[in-house]
Structures are given as structure tokens and as C-alpha cells.
Design a binder for this molecule. Structure first.
Ligand code: SAH
Ligand code: SF4
Ligand code: F3S
Length: 453
């Protein structure tokens, strides 16, 4: 049965009721939340910002670090009281946490007020799960741990009319030793290019101007298809779609960063001058024990090539501090690397033990205080680099897609440059979703200011 028929069957279940989704984790989850919201609103549910006011509360969860996990337990625990005074409140948990059996067990035994437990592969079953729960009052659990079957024609509510995420692949085969994702999202599997292109064409027809192609490892796209296609080939096809003006993608893995892809980025005028290329560490010893499958030298040679082919490229990365066995020398190597690459921005993480991964069993775990101390030193090294990079924009005119209006002043707009820099400037809110030229008048470490010219 198609998803729409399934929703139609339960179209009145949510009439007069309200829902709230707490979305945590990566863009995959944000995009899945847009799919959940589409389903619920077609069942009659209306969104609310207030959990006291809601009839259905869904936690779309992340398991990548311990604090994300603990926060959800805290929030679920706090809802016991609300559930007691509002007995027909439905509480659901989905995303990466329930993909792990030990976590499902914990929820079903310790957090019995949770009514729906489902995974990223079962979002389309939500109407049926809600219906079953309403009939029986029991906790509904629907999980497929590793699905290679890709469901097409899944609709979603878009948070923004002018930009959209587009899944191009699911899962991950890399098994970086610290990372839980391959155990929650299963094996890598790519969508057929024709389905991706059709989805983007429809988005363009609806007025969408920017797409972000999503996958845990986008540059390994296409390997699982019957007729393999490379990510570079896919980019060149997306670049031809009329109406789309900006193409972004997340996340690339250095081991799969081919020359062919660098040339496609250079040649496709719609592909933005931004590359997020997680390095994780600047030490070859740690890269090896992280199972990253590249060396610092290889990474730096990629950066050189990318900078040569796309001179105004912005580079961003992910870095983990305090991986098991990290010595002061390893950490110094990371500091050296970030100084050499001169990143525009970076996501920095304290290593977090994830049960079930190889690194969780490694000896030489780094004490918390040392992790924190190194983390601070890393930020002290990174921030001046970000600032210096932003300085280069001063007095330049940049092409900005207007994205939002300030929460405190409706005459201040925000938008992003092609290099993904956030910039604030005065303007009318009817410019949202349009492109404007902005002259950069001032800059800080993370943002810039300017005026429309
Ligand atoms: N697939 C993407 C993103 C994965 S998760 C990629 O490979 O880049 C996003 C980031 O979280 C990772 O790049 C890594 O830096 C960080 N991360 C993953 N597991 C972690 C852990 N156990 N502790 C700390 N950071 C972690
Ligand atoms: Fe995790 Fe590595 Fe896969 Fe990224 S590539 S999701 S860090 S296992
Ligand atoms: Fe988190 Fe799952 Fe994404 S663990 S980072 S929500 S794939």
C-alpha cells in the first residue's frame, strides 16, 4: 500500500489534536522529522511549541555521543508527570536510539510511559502504530535494524520553501572505530539516480532554489546500485536541473574524495564553494586506530588539490579530541593540521564512549579533565583562524540567499553566502527566499554583517 493510502486510512485520527517533535542529531534526523511532520499533519494533527498543550510528543533521537542519549532519558523521565495528568497523551521515540536492542529493552522496562518505539526505516508505519496504540493501549514497537530496501515517494513538510534536504543514500559501511552510526543506520545503500533527480525536479517546480544532498558518506554514492553511478556524475546531473541555483552536500569522507569529484565541483556552477571534509585527527597513529583509511599526508594533498581547483573554497571539518591513546604529540599534530588547512569552521567533539563500538573496548581511555583541557586548546587555536578567514570578506560583495528574519528585530535579515557563511543585514522580510548582493561591512568569528547593494 502506498504511504498516501495508508495516511488516508487514518486521516481523522489526529483531528483536533496537536503534536510536537524534538529533533536531535544530524541533518538525516532533521529531514526524517520533516517526513514525520508531513504524515502527522495529513492525519489531522496540528503543530505546537508547547509540550503541555500536545497530544503526541515524538523524540527523534541521536546516539552519536553519550550526552545526546542522556538528555533524552532526562526528557522522557520528566514527562512521566504530564502523562499521569493527561492519560491520553502519546509519547513516541524514534531515530537512532531505538535501533539498539539494549536501549529498547531499557525503555520498555524503565520508561513504560513511552507508547511508540520505531526506527528511521519505519516512519511510514506511524499512522498504523498510532492507531494500534489507540486500540490496545499497549506500547507499539516497530524496528528494522538493517533495511536495504529503499522506500520511494516519501513526502515531507519542508521547513523552508526555498531550500531542501534530499536523501541520496542511507546507512554507512565505514565502521570508524568510535562511531555508532553503522550500528544504528545499517549498511550503505544508494537511491536510484532517476528517483533523486525526479525529486529535485519537483522541488524546483515548487520554487526550491537550494538542495543539500544527504548521506553519511556521499562521495561513496552509487556503489550499491545495479548500474553504479559516481557521486561526481550525480552532481553533474543535478547541476542541469532548471530552477535549482545552489547545490550543497554532506558528508564527504576523505578516503572517497576523487579527482573526478573535485573536477565536478569546479565545473558545476551551481555547486557551492564549500567542502565539509571531516579529518577527525591530525595524527596518523590515531587515524589508523580510528579506522579512517587515510593518512594526514593524503588528506593534506586533497586539500591542496581542492584549493588549487576551487580557489575561493571554504573548508570545514569534524575533529574528535581525546580518542583512546591520544598522546600530547598526537594532539599537537591535530593543532598543526588545523593551522595548515586554515578551516573556515569546525565541529569539535570530546570523544564519547559508545557501547558496541571497537574503541569503547580500547585501553588508554583519556581522563575527562585532560580531554577538556585539550578541547579548550583546540578552540583557542581554531577561533583566530575562523576570524582571519572572515576578515578576507571585509568590503567584498557576496551573493546571499536570504533565509530568515531576526527573532528580535524584523528589519534584520540573515542569509548564507555560497561558502556557507552566515551574514546579517537590514532588509524587508519579503526578500526571504531571494538572492541579494550584500557588501560585507563587519565580521566576527562566526558571523558577518553587511548591507544590501
Ligand atoms: N558520516 C559523517 C558524520 C558522522 S557523525 C562523517 O563520517 O563525517 C558526526 C561526527 O560526530 C563525526 O564526524 C565525528 O567527528 C563525531 N563523532 C562520531 N562518533 C563520536 C564519538 N563516539 N565521540 C565523539 N565524537 C563522535
Ligand atoms: Fe560514523 Fe565513520 Fe560512518 Fe561517518 S563514516 S557515519 S564517522 S562510521
Ligand atoms: Fe546521530 Fe543517528 Fe545522525 S546517531 S548523528 S542521528 S545518524
Amino acid at each position: 500500500m502506498s504511504l498516501n493510502k495508508e495516511i488516508e486510512k487514518y486521516a481523522s485520527l489526529g483531528k483536533g489534536k496537536k503534536y510536537i517533535i524534538y529533533s536531535m542529531g544530524c541533518q538525516m534526523n532533521d529531514h526524517d522529522s520533516e517526513k514525520i511532520s508531513y504524515i502527522l499533519e495529513n492525519m489531522g494533527y496540528k503543530p505546537t511549541d508547547n509540550k503541555e498543550d500536545s497530544d503526541l510528543i515524538i523524540f527523534n533521537t541521536c546516539l552519536v555521543r553519550e550526552n545526546a542519549e542522556l538528555k533524552v532519558y532526562g526528557q522522557l523521565g520528566a514527562l512521566k508527570h504530564l502523562k499521569r495528568i493527561k492519560q491520553d497523551l502519546i509519547i513516541g521515540i524514534c531515530g537512532c536510539m531505538p535501533q539498539r536492542e539494549n536501549i529498547r529493552e531499557y525503555i520498555t522496562t524503565k520508561l513504560k510511559h513511552v507508547d511508540l518505539i520505531f526506527g528511521p526505516n519505519n516512519i511510514h508505519k506511524l499512522p498504523q502504530l498510532i492507531n494500534n496504540h489507540l486500540q490496545t493501549g499497549k506500547t507499539e514497537i516497530d524496528i528494522v535494524e538493517d533495511s536495504r530496501e529503499i522506500l520511494e515517494d516519501i513526502h515531507y513538510n519542508r521547513k523552508y520553501s526555498y531550500k531542501s534536504f534530499v536523501n541520496i543514500m542511507y546507512g554507512c559501511n565505514n565502521f570508524c572505530t568510535y562511531c555508532i552510526v553503522p550500528y544504528t543506520r545499517g549498511r550503505e545503500s544508494s537511491r536510484e539516480p532517476k528517483n533523486i533527480l525526479r525529486e529535485i525536479e519537483l522541488l524546483a517546480e515548487e520554487g526550491c532554489k537550494e538542495v543539500t544532498l544527504l548521506g553519511q558518506n556521499v562521495n561513496s554514492y552509487g556503489k550499491t546500485l545495479d548500474n553504479p553511478v559516481t557521486f561526481a556524475e550525480l552532481l553533474r546531473e543535478v547541476n542541469k536541473i532548471k530552477g535549482i541555483e545552489r547545490i550543497r552536500f554532506m558528508t564527504s569522507h576523505p578516503k572517497d574524495m576523487s579527482d573526478e569529484l573535485i573536477y565536478a565541483m569546479r565545473d558545476c556552477e551551481k555547486v557551492c564553494e564549500h567542502l565539509h571534509l571531516p579529518v577527525q585527527s591530525g595524527s596518523n597513529i590515531l587515524l589508523e586506530s580510528m579506522n579512517r583509511k587515510y593518512t594526514v599526508e593524503h588528506y593534506l594533498s586533497l586539500i591542496d588539490k581542492v584549493k588549487k581547483e576551487i580557489p575561493n573554497i571554504a573548508l570545514t571539518t569534524d575533529i574528535i579530541v581525546g580518542f583512546p591513546g591520544e598522546t600530547e604529540k598526537d594532539f599537537q599534530d591535530t593543532l598543526e593540521l588545523v593551522k595548515q588547512v586554515k578551516y573556515d569552521s569546525a565541529f569539535t567533539f570530546l570523544y564519547s564512549i559508545r557501547e558496541g563500538t571497537i574503541a569503547a573496548k580500547m585501553k588508554d581511555q583519556i581522563p575527562d579533565d585532560l580531554k577538556h583541557e585539550r578541547f579548550e586548546r583546540l578552540l583557542d587555536t581554531l577561533y583566530p583562524i575562523f576570524y582571519e578567514n572572515n576578515k578576507k570578506y571585509k568590503d567584498k560583495i557576496v551573493d546571499v540567499l536570504v533565509e530568515d528574519v531576526s527573532k528580535t528585530d524584523d528589519k534584520i535579515l540573515s542569509g548564507r553566502t555560497r561558502t556557507n557563511k552566515l551574514i546579517h543585514f537590514k532588509g524587508d522580510k519579503n526578500l526571504i527566499g531571494k538572492f541579494v548582493n550584500v557588501k560585507v561591512t563587519d565580521f566576527k568569528t562566526f558571523t558577518m554583517e553587511g548591507k544590501i547593494v
